[in-house]
Design a protein. Sequence first.
Length: 354
Amino acid sequence: MSTTTERASRGGKPTGGGREKASHRADRLALLSALVDADADAVYARDAAGVCRMVNATFARVFGTSRERIVGRAFAQALPPGTACAIARQEEAFLAEGTQRECELTLETAQGRRSYDLTLGVDRDDAGEVVGLFGRLRDLAERKRLERAIVEASECEMRRIAMDLHDGLCQELAAVSLISRLLEKKLGDTDRAQGKIAGHIADLTKNLAVSARNLVHSLAPPRLCGEHFVENLRRVAASLCESFPLQCGIEGNWPERLTDDSVAGHLYRIAHEAMYNAARHSGGNQITVRLRASHEAFALLVSDNGHGFALDAARHGGIGLATMKYRAGLICGMLKIESAPGHGTTVVCRVPLP
């Protein structure tokens, strides 16, 4: 966006050219205001001195005021103090960096505390000089609702797949194993070589049935809150120890105050993903899951003694890491990765306690 700046004479009043540029800038701001009035996002523009020069109708509605009470004043005078300070901090960082900035903020609005995605851009005049900046506040409630819907749809699909596996593949494998065992006994006296093959088939299908049941349990664990959460993690740990040359232990207990099955479900998925990532990629032989509760929060920590990695590499992680972060956000939690080359990795997820 390019706009003209107001230039004043030494006497403090705009010259003829200054008045023309000021008028031109005002016209452009008025046009911008008209263009963004229908925008569902809250949009504003301010000058280099921090004075608001334009807001759209959504911005005024979000903060329960009118444009007349905002335009021509600094945000510190027109908005709730916490909101004004939060936006000002991001604006200062943006101006210092000089590049487009996006961040998530929790602001006081007319509807209460809400989360917004703030995008900032620089405002320059025709000569390229910075004369202010503009910002866009996008309500994250709808985005989070869609994220929850996607995750819930994923959970439903996993439960459907688990039921299909349980009622179909698991039962059929069990039947093949039983038939093969009966065939082994029947051939035992007449053809021991063939009976041995039948016994081998029975053993293989039995192992496949166990693996399939473990997969079913992983996709749709029956109960998760309370001691069931620890029991399910121990099953995951046992499965890992069977599949990989490592030891996996669970420490701590589920907090009694946390009774939300949805929170337990997301934490279980986070722990499951972190444990399998450690088993597959860490190169270590020890995984420890710790459950820690304080007065205000509950923490899930998954640590390994592997080779670790530089934290910059985590920014380009795959879908597993992104999914864990999304799940943590859906339960108002925070996910953090602690790692360094040669010092292992710890995935930490903290959620507030009621």
